[in-house]
Design a protein around this ligand. Structure first.
Ligand SMILES: [Zn+2]
Ligand SMILES: [Zn+2]
Length: 435
């Protein structure tokens, strides 16, 4: 159920301006600034199944989703136990030129490294192995560390960042695409590791859905701030706590420097975006995969690979086209437009720009799909001179461009768009009416 952060009762479904809420006298909740537009409002305590959106920019500012630490730790343990099987057991089995071959996640990463692409291999390993393992260990740490009185802040800060880089589900789609591509050469059977991998992906999705770092912060570091002058309050982007900075200018909850806006947001976002544009040129012009059939070399760029895939299976080709070409280019164009709109102090279509930015953040990670497909293909189709599939030089540029566009979207502080726009509601009124 959706609730608005400023309504008196959590069951209302229509937005009302903050003034109405404050006058109604139901001033429960805590002060919160929206990370999308910096609006200050009272955020009520949310029940399970409820979430709150900002009344001004519709960004989701809070959720009542909350699993107990015991349940999260149990999930983490189950996933850590599944990982050795999911990563090393064969996901696909094929018979190629009379030889049985199987592909596992580790095998794909190892083949990439062995054939001289350690950087690209580490990109795949980071998203599919490094991040999930770190997340599971972090959850177990949060379960055990409080009993020993250990510091939980660094781990809580890490959780929010890790969520964006978990890509087990994308790898699963990559597996399906690779299977369809390989059907050209050979029969495919499902490997016995696939069940473990499917279960791992399902458990990780469930955990990600129910893992709510905001609630964990409230649980481990409950802080009530004295309502002195809420106008001075700033939002901490690291832990989402709204408060006045302490004497050193830091967030009183997580000790991160508390700034009004993300530091060097425009410069960092432009730098990442321009580098991504530069990398996208070789990524699309150079071959991304090279296939050797009986000694003959066949090179494929991203586009030619999609075209040959379209001959056999149009829907799959469409998925790869959207993930590998449409998404990166749209992202570059949209982010450039948003950045320019901040420089030009554009006031129009602020809600459309917010929606676009949210969509870009959501969709960005799916571009890693093509890289995962290639990693799988490499481990499966490798019969030396007779039939072999290897990585082209474009793969590195493509992976780097995808990671850079994800960073560019993350570093762009959307509050800068609102600074030039002006707010629809006057923030000070909440405080005035509350008194
Ligand atoms: Zn907002
Ligand atoms: Zn903080």
């Amino acid at each position: 159920m959706k609730i608005y952060s400023i309504v008196g009762s959590a069951t209302h479904s229509a937005p009302r301006p903050p003034v109405t809420q404050a006058r109604s006298g139901v001033a429960y909740g805590r002060y919160h600034r929206c990370h999308g537009c910096d609006m200050l409002f009272l955020l009520p305590a949310m029940r399970k199944g409820e979430y709150a959106t900002c009344p001004q920019c519709s960004t989701r500012v809070g959720s009542g989703r909350d699993w107990s630490m015991t349940r999260l730790a149990a999930m983490a343990k189950a996933m850590l136990l599944l990982m050795p099987f999911a990563y090393t057991a064969p996901l696909l089995d094929i018979r190629l030129l009379g030889v049985a071959i199987n592909a596992s996640l580790f095998e794909g990463i190892w083949q990439m490294t062995r054939q001289g692409h350690p950087v690209t291999a580490s990109m795949v390993a980071f998203c599919t192995v490094g991040v999930p393992i770190t997340l599971m260990i972090s959850l177990l740490y949060l379960f055990f560390a409080p009993r020993m009185g250990m510091n939980l802040r660094p781990i809580l800060l890490l959780l929010e960042k890790l969520k964006a880089w978990m890509m087990l589900d994308i790898y699963l789609v990559g597996l399906a695409v690779a299977a369809i591509k390989i059907r050209e050469f050979s029969d495919i059977e499902i490997g016995h590791g696939l069940v473990a991998y499917l279960t791992l992906t399902l458990l990780s999705l469930l955990t990600l859905i129910h893992l709510n770092p905001d609630q964990l912060w409230l649980r481990f570091y409950p802080r009530l701030h004295p309502v002195i002058n809420p106008e001075r309050y700033r939002l901490c982007l690291a832990c989402h706590f709204t408060s006045a900075p302490d004497t050193r200018g830091r967030c009183p909850r997580c000790n991160t420097p508390l700034r009004a806006r993300r530091r060097h947001s425009l410069q960092k976002s432009w730098a990442a975006l321009i580098s991504a544009i530069v990398f996208l040129v070789p990524a699309n012009l150079l071959p991304i995969s090279i296939l050797y059939v009986n000694g003959a070399r066949k090179e494929d760029t991203i586009l030619s690979g999609i075209l040959s895939l379209a001959n056999g299976n149009v829907p799959v080709a469409a998925v790869v086209f959207i993930a590998s070409i449409l998404v990166p280019f749209t992202k570059v164009i949209v982010l450039s437009t948003l950045l320019l709109s901040i420089h030009l102090h554009t006031q129009r279509a602020i809600m459309t720009r917010m929606r676009l930015l949210r969509a870009m953040i959501w969709i960005g990670r799916w571009s890693m799909l093509d890289l995962f497909v290639i990693a799988l293909m490499m481990s499966l189709v490798n019969r030396d001179q007779l039939l072999a599939f290897t990585l082209g030089p474009a793969a590195f540029y493509f992976g780097a461009a995808v990671i850079l566009t994800i960073l560019a979207a993350e570093w762009l502080d959307s509050r800068l768009m609102w600074d030039t726009h002006g707010t629809r509601f006057n923030n000070t009124r909440i405080n005035t009416n509350r008194d």
